[in-house]
Design a protein around this ligand. Structure first.
Ligand code: ATP
Ligand code: MG
Length: 645
């Protein structure tokens, strides 16, 4: 089929279009109305319908594919692997559900997970929606302060946690962080279910902490815990945005719309086949983990591969070893992960049989062309960018390969996905911008199924944050800048969160520059492995362009002469490729860049350090040392950098 027609129908006749997709899932009771749009900007999908996410992800597959692996778990941290068939998963989820129900969990209650990447985390998510409860996954290892604000916002009845996680072979105790978070929080969760991995000894809190294994034993070997049929619009989970740009917001997701949208995305975008194997390298703490480690693959009857470990431990071939071992068909990772692997010998990949792999999907931040090219050349498979947000739950932009094999356009994640009426608007007038002109990426109401219902407990904040940016128009603002070409391919330029002080847009003497263009220009230099560009307050020009570069050859960074030469060369490259205003004021050389654990560059923090401000909430920082690198570079190289100007 032609995608253009398919897409047009999704926009012009959303109710007919989504009613057709809704057959992808089981309904206990059919809906009365596909879309209730009586209270814009809110949307209610499949009103009157009753279903259950866990039934659709697990139970309904037991009869047809009971002996097929549903969840495969691999850990290079503790050197273990486990395989759960759909029958096994069905049993484990009911055991967890029995334990949660035993702690008083029922429909509408929140269950907060503070868990490492272990199968019990998936059991707890599925068990929670099985009971009609609402799960709240907080990234395992998050600092006590941010965990406690989430506890207070979500007010969970039960917390499910574990003694410890592990990262690159180093134990990260969770229990002390959890105890401290509960101590700080005003809301005291009545019970904490502890999955003890035996990694880090802890003292249970009497009357509150429950041992998972003991509680399971009480529940019996095969407890039968039926799915609670809930309204399609009943919340399935709350997920706090990763907080790259400030105060966390609880993104609330529905049940039926989410299930339908994910199932359709598995077919149309990810081209997964029921019975096939899906491997997402994300974490259950992020939206990619919710949608494409847990729900998407299971709804679609695939085997999902869950991985505890990093891409470099024990070596740079880890991902590819897993692809070979489990005959992975569809893989989902991030540009940041690929950029890291790019620094290592291709042999780490080439020595593995990757013939099962059909496509690699990358999302989370802009996919620069050198990284895309490297991955495609190395893998000899299609590598597809896709763009979305915690708020939307599934891709806004991508290549709908399952509908029509549209050609990808390097630099752009692709075209609007079904149901997303994407419009690029002028940031102050709200007028549509012409092809080739930068604008704010917005989506016209109604958002398709699966997207944010509201901000948990705060409808006003939902409206104010997302829907009030363009006066007089009912549009959702993504807060990202983009540009569209004549064929509808959108390129994302960066964040537009705070006009004027946005960390992805730099204003130099009246010119508006995008970090993405600057970074791409610098990355095109063969000596550059990674780069971050920020705008730093400048009394004369408003802002100055400052670049932090990780050189390919780290060993030479100590050589001041080499540094000076390269710095001059890099400034010249940018000036020649972009314009004189874009020429970096300073180039600093560092060993690594600060990223969140989801792989996103923390430009905001780098900018803050450059301006002698507090770098902010760093709880999700992948490697706290990376900020020290920035600090040191600022302190040590400041002098030389200016002389090279
Ligand atoms: P917060 O909203 O709390 O600041 P966050 O926006 O980093 O956190 P996510 O929802 O995980 O958290 O990230 C979505 C954002 O990531 C998008 O709005 C966009 O800025 C960026 N992004 C995601 N995928 C892509 C992509 N394929 N290309 C370019 N940018 C992307
Ligand atoms: Mg965001």
């Amino acid at each position: 089929m032609r995608y253009a027609e398919y897409y047009r129908r999704s926009i012009e006749q959303p109710e007919a279009f989504w009613a057709e997709q809704a057959v992808l899932i089981d309904w206990h009771r059919p809906w009365d109305q596909v879309l209730d749009g009586s209270r814009p900007p809110f949307t209610r999908w499949f009103v009157g319908g009753e279903t259950n996410l866990c039934h659709n992800a697990v139970d309904r597959h037991v009869l047809v594919r009971g002996n097929q692996p549903a969840l495969v778990w691999e850990s290079t941290e503790v050197d273990q692997s486990r395989i759960y068939t759909y029958v096994d998963l069905h049993r484990e989820v009911q055991r967890m559900a029995a334990v949660l129900a035993g702690q008083g969990v029922s429909q509408g209650d929140r269950v907060l997970l503070y868990m490492p990447m272990i199968p019990e985390a998936v059991f707890a998510m599925l068990a929670s929606v099985r009971l009609g409860a609402i799960h709240v996954v907080v990234f395992g290892g998050s600092a006590a302060a941010s965990l406690s604000t989430r506890i207070d916002d979500a007010r969970p009845k039960v917390v499910v946690s574990s003694d410890a996680g592990s990262r690159a072979g180093k134990i990260v105790p969770y229990k002390p962080l959890l105890d401290e978070a509960i101590e700080r929080a005003a809301h005291k969760p009545p019970s904490v279910v502890m999955v003890d991995r035996g990694l880090h000894a802890f003292k249970p809190v009497a009357g509150r902490d429950v041992d998972y294994v003991k509680a399971c034993a009480q529940a019996g070997d095969h407890p039968v815990v039926p799915c609670v049929w809930v309204d399609s619009t009943h919340p399935s989970y709350i997920l706090y945005t990763s907080g790259t740009t400030g105060k966390p917001k609880g993104v609330q997701r529905d049940t039926g719309g989410y299930a339908v949208a994910l199932a359709a995305s598995m077919r149309d975008i990810f081209c997964g086949k029921p019975g096939g194997v899906y491997f997402s390298t994300s974490d259950i703490g992020w939206v990619v983990g919710h949608s494409y480690i847990v729900y998407g693959p299971l709804l679609h009857g695939m085997t999902t591969l869950m991985y505890e470990g990093t891409s470099l431990h024990p070596d740079a071939g880890t991902f590819w070893r897993l692809v070979e071992k489990h005959r992975v068909n569809v893989m989902f990772s991030s540009p940041a992960a690929i950029r890291v692997l790019k620094r290592y010998d291709l042999e780490f990949m080439r020595r593995h049989d990757l013939s099962s792999l059909e496509r690699l999907f990358l999302a989370g931040e802009p996919l620069d062309e050198p990284t895309l090219r490297w991955a495609e050349d190395a893998l000899r498979k299609p590598v597809m960018d896709n763009y979305w947000q915690t708020e939307t739950g599934w891709p806004i932009l991508g290549i709908p390969s399952g509908v029509e094999a549209l050609k990808a356009n390097p630099g752009s994640p692709g075209v609007a996905m079904p149901g997303y009426d994407v419009r690029l608007l002028h940031e102050t007038t709200g007028a549509p911008v012409p092809v080739g002109v930068n604008g704010v990426v917005t989506i016209r109401w109604p958002l398709p199924p699966g997207c944010i219902q509201t901000v948990w407990g705060d409808d006003e904040r939902f409206v104010a944050t997302y829907w009030n940016s363009v006066p007089g128009q009912q549009v959702y603002s993504t807060s990202d800048w983009g540009v569209v070409d004549a064929r509808g391919y959108v390129t994302i330029l960066g964040r537009a969160d705070t006009p004027g002080r946005a960390n992805d847009v730099i204003y130099v003497a009246g010119h508006r520059l995008y970090t993405r263009n600057l970074e791409e220009s610098l990355s095109s230099h063969p000596a550059v492995a990674e780069v971050a560009v920020v705008g730093v307050a400048d009394a004369v020009k408003g802002q100055a362009v400052v670049a932090f570069v990780v050189p390919r050859d780290l060993a030479r960074t100590g050589d001041a002469g080499w540094r000076t030469g390269l710095e001059a060369d890099l400034k010249q490259t940018v000036q020649a490729q972009l314009c004189a205003a874009a020429r970096p004021e300073r180039v600093y050389f560092v060993g690594r860049l600060p990223r969140t654990q989801s792989g996103k560059l923390l430009r905001r923090s780098i900018q803050a350090l450059c301006e002698h401000r507090d770098p902010g909430d760093l709880t999700t920082l992948e490697d706290p040392l990376a900020l020290t690198h920035i600090r040191d570079a600022l302190a040590q190289q400041g002098e030389q950098a200016t002389t090279a100007g």
